[in-house]
Design a protein around this ligand. Sequence first.
Ligand SMILES: [Zn+2]
Length: 208
Amino acid sequence: MQITPIQLTWARPVDGVKFAESATGNPILEYVTEREHPVQHRLSNLEDPTAMRLVNATTNDALLAFVGRFGLLDRSGGQRHNFVGTIGYHRDQITELLTMTALPPDERIGRSNALLQYTVFKPTFEMTTQGQQRLVLLAENLVDFMFYECAVAIDVGAVLSACEHCNLKFLTGPLTGRRSHAKYCSDRCRVAAMRTRRSKNVAAEEVR
Ligand SMILES: [Zn+2]
């Protein structure tokens, strides 16, 4: 299965981010220093989408790590902060988009389109290593980039699941590198769960 890739030329903070307060007293996440590194985001499959990283960034520490690694969600006007409330709002939208596959098509299409309505991309061509042209979409910010990841997930019918061992959310099905109905987020969790089951069985044997 082939998808049109998307790319985002972005920046991440060199010295991390911290929680602070805006001039109006609202919680924000801001660069610790002004220094930033350029970073390229590119999607060509759903094996490790940035959107899933944000969905799983549910603690303050995880959110700091997410922005430190992938950058702010929006940097319009060169800003070096985001409102925490806005990040949470987008995280909720992304989580909802990733549950759309479970809905009947009429509900899914209406709701998905409503959530995606402000997303903007620029189509452009690049040269492949074989000297062929390839269509690539350019995103303007990390929110739009992640919304496209969600749109691809809906398009191919990927399903949002929670790992039975560590509770991390992950995608299964086409382009995800995982079979549908996978119970664990990774081989590591699958093996760990098997060990736990075995030791429980051994304990049960010993009781008998
Ligand atoms: Zn897991």
